[in-house]
Design a protein around this ligand. Structure first.
Ligand SMILES: [Cu+2]
Length: 379
């Protein structure tokens, strides 16, 4: 027995080694197969996850208005202007904020044609609007006296249905504010029995998109009983814009996700950022100036304040039956209006702002230039 210890032992060892090697190889094979299976399962799951949004993508890409993807982050184009912005701002013709006269007739006929058009909303920044009466945004100022009848005709010169909703009207909206098809016209009447400054806007769904695309304006219903006399009257419509590009090389369109997230690129008075900084509204020292303010939104309020003075009279919420005196800032809610008088004795540059200062940063600021002051504004 002793003569064969090694061979015997060695034989046994070889067999053991073979068995172990086979076991290791089998183990490796099983392990590899398991890893491959896990990887294949992960791949399949990833592919399935990717397939679901891909299937939904065509609808969201075709129509911003039905895009429910509000995932952040959203690119901001706030403050993005071309290098010649100052020259462009000076060349821009500011929206005429001066109150137009009241027509003398009992029935005031207003005819607006809706047009799809490209406008500038900041220096060198173009946007494709749905515009009331070729105005871009806001639409024309409608000015009537309490008791007059407004006969409104909307002609739809655009590509999709639109409508017009007057906050100054007491009328069945399903009849008067109905959709008007492209190429069609629709007329309705209402008696302006409630004085104040009111918003009008397109009420076609989704309303957020139609207002965000510029379909809004102001109607002023002057009270029968005259308000205190003033020297200057201006209409300001506050609103915000949500852009899908910077609008410099090609016109921007609506980014519905930003509109839902309430993250505007520009905020404006009368549709164009900072236009009354470059082209100030004017008054003479000692004069009283009246601001008729509407916040069109589509979503954000404006916090009206005139830097360097106090609001002598404030018809808050457009309640023309009473006014508050000597108030500093008044909130005007989206879809609401208010009226403010300021008497300024000293010449100077008096900024009017939304005192929610992100709005100023995004362009909702203008100047009331009283007299002929020297110097420029630091705000
Ligand atoms: Cu519309």
């Amino acid at each position: 027995m002793s003569a064969h210890p090694y061979p015997s032992h060695r034989r046994e060892t070889n067999a053991e080694a073979l068995t172990k090697a086979a076991a290791v190889l089998l183990g490796l094979l099983v392990g590899t197969l398991a890893i491959v299976a896990v990887l294949m399962w992960a791949d399949a799951r990833q592919a399935r996850d990717q397939a679901a949004p891909a299937a939904a993508a065509p609808a969201t890409q075709q129509n911003h208005a039905t895009d429910h993807n509000t995932a952040l982050p959203l690119s901001s184009f706030a403050g993005v202007v071309p290098t010649n912005a100052q020259a462009l701002a000076e060349a821009h013709k500011a929206y005429d904020a001066a109150m137009p006269p009241i027509p003398a007739t009992d029935v005031v006929k207003v005819h607006m044609t809706l047009k799809d058009m490209t406008v500038q909303i900041a220096p060198g920044v173009r946007y494709t609007t749905w515009a009331f009466d070729g105005h871009g945004a806001p639409g024309p100022i409608v000015h009537v006296r309490e008791g007059q009848t407004v006969e409104m005709t909307l002609t739809n010169g655009g590509a999709i249905p639109h409508s017009i909703d007057f906050h100054a009207a007491r009328i069945a909206p399903n009849v008067a504010f109905r959709d008007v098809m492209p190429g069609q016209s629709f007329t309705f009447k209402f008696k302006a029995n409630d004085p104040g400054v009111f918003m009008y806007h397109c009420g076609t769904k989704p309303v957020l998109a139609h207002i965000a695309n510029g379909m809004y304006g102001a109607i002023v219903v002057e009270p029968k009983q005259a308000l205190p006399k003033v020297d200057n009257e201006y209409v300001l419509v506050a609103s915000e814009w949500y852009l899908d590009s910077d609008g410099i090389d090609k016109p921007a369109s609506l980014n519905m996700a930003k509109a839902r997230a309430m993250a505007p690129d520009w905020t404006t008075f009368n549709g164009y950022a900072n236009q009354y900084v470059t082209h100030p509204l004017t008054a003479k020292p000692g004069q009283t100036t009246r601001f008729w303010v509407v916040a069109a939104g589509p979503t954000l309020d404006t916090n009206f304040h005139v830097v360097g003075t106090i609001l002598d009279r404030a018809w808050v919420n457009g309640d023309m039956t009473r006014f508050q005196r000597r108030v500093q800032t008044v909130g005007v809610p989206a879809g609401g209006g208010a009226v403010f008088d300021v008497k300024i004795d000293k010449s100077g540059l008096y900024p009017f702002v939304s005192h929610a200062f992100a709005h100023v940063d995004l362009g909702q600021v203008g100047l009331l230039k009283v007299g002929n002051p020297k110097g420029t504004m630091s705000h």
